[in-house]
Write a protein that binds this ligand. Sequence first.
Ligand SMILES: Cc1cc2nc3c(=O)[nH]c(=O)nc-3n(C[C@H](O)[C@H](O)[C@H](O)COP(=O)(O)OP(=O)(O)OC[C@H]3O[C@@H](n4cnc5c(N)ncnc54)[C@H](O)[C@@H]3O)c2cc1C
Length: 401
Amino acid sequence: MPDVAYAIIGGGVIGRAIALAIEQRGLAGDVVVIERCPQDRTENQSSRNSGVIHAGIYYRKAERPLKARLCVEGNELLYEFCREHRVPHAKTGKLVVATDAREEGYLHGIANIARENDVPGVRMIGADEVRSMEPNIRATAALYAPSSGVVDAAAYLAALRRASSAHNLFATEVVGIADRGDEFEIQPHCAGKTEAFTVRWVISAAGDRGDDIARLLDPTSEVRLVPARGEAAKFYSGKRADLALGGRNIYPVPSGYYPDGTRAEVSYDEFQRLLGEGSITETVGVHLTPTLDDEGCIAKTTTIGPAIRAGIEIDDLASGLYPPEYFHKGVSEFFPSVRVTDIELHQAGIQSRMQGQLDWHLAKDKRHPRFIHALGIDSPGMTGSLAIGRYVVGELLATPA
Ligand SMILES: Cc1cc2nc3c(=O)[nH]c(=O)nc-3n(C[C@H](O)[C@H](O)[C@H](O)COP(=O)(O)OP(=O)(O)OC[C@H]3O[C@@H](n4cnc5c(N)ncnc54)[C@H](O)[C@@H]3O)c2cc1C
């Protein structure tokens, strides 16, 4: 008999949501979550994200079936979880704003995806309605998604940990994995010592290091995660009326960038075509996100970001950060009253995508069917986390190995 039934490598929102889903499904056996950082050290993606509860309007089922489905399902589950576990959050709604006719074409394209994905309540609104909702925002039209919101990401991660009775190993790094036939041998390294225990199922939810884990299992693995840093800035609106916002998430239309860094100024159909063939990388754009105060009410600080930087090391959170001017340029077209001097740098986080893939990778290992990989869980992974947990358990773990 193995020592443990399920070992989850990684104590971010994905690992912890999977631990909770195992328990909710009533699967028999102990669950251990192994996390390399000490408790409450916040270096992972789950603690350094923008805190947006996404509605699920950007992901076409054809190219990104998991994001399309699990973001929408996860959105509902996350609100339910936050209510039940008293995690500070707010269903703020979101505006994606267009500033000219080309961008309005993007709104129609996104509205079609929202319909296809069954995102509730999404509608197009005109310039007058935008002005009445957000007098300081300049737009020719917008798409309104009422199910978008914000959550205190660190509080959500902590509540997930408390919600499951999984055994937690902190400051413990998995440094070896061996398939012994009916069980795996896991080698955790903690306080200078490497020990070993056996386990029947392993779930790798190691965030940016998921490809390292794949290589521990199989040194010939060709899985490669490509990290990108998301940098955020912020401003305080308490002293100037022209900076005040209505507490909504406000986004420009998405942008695509060619490998040399130039922006693809193309129609939405062409944008989707270039994205599908891998010629551009997509960002949802530098946007405005309300923050929450200690009581869970919308605060007077708004974050701006993320600005995405590719080509960095996975632990480089600080070198060569974008200056306030970059964030100002990103939002001034639709938020003209903000000045460079209003903006200060806030935080950075790193997320990774699987090379050459737009969707998340949730699958059993081809050669080791009781080993499950959660790879490239980039945004909106926090929103999707509870649905990802259920998917991994219901469609991968609870099916024959
Ligand atoms: C800047 C930024 C903004 C984002 N904004 C949003 C947003 O607004 N909304 C949204 O829904 N999503 C957002 N995301 C995405 C979201 O944060 C991620 O999808 C999600 O947090 C991924 O969780 P995870 O558990 O896979 O990874 P992580 O949170 O990184 O957790 C993985 C864990 O594995 C541990 N680990 C790694 N290797 C080992 C090992 N060998 N042994 C033991 N432990 C190990 C790490 O220490 C880490 O704690 C954003 C991400 C970033 C970076």
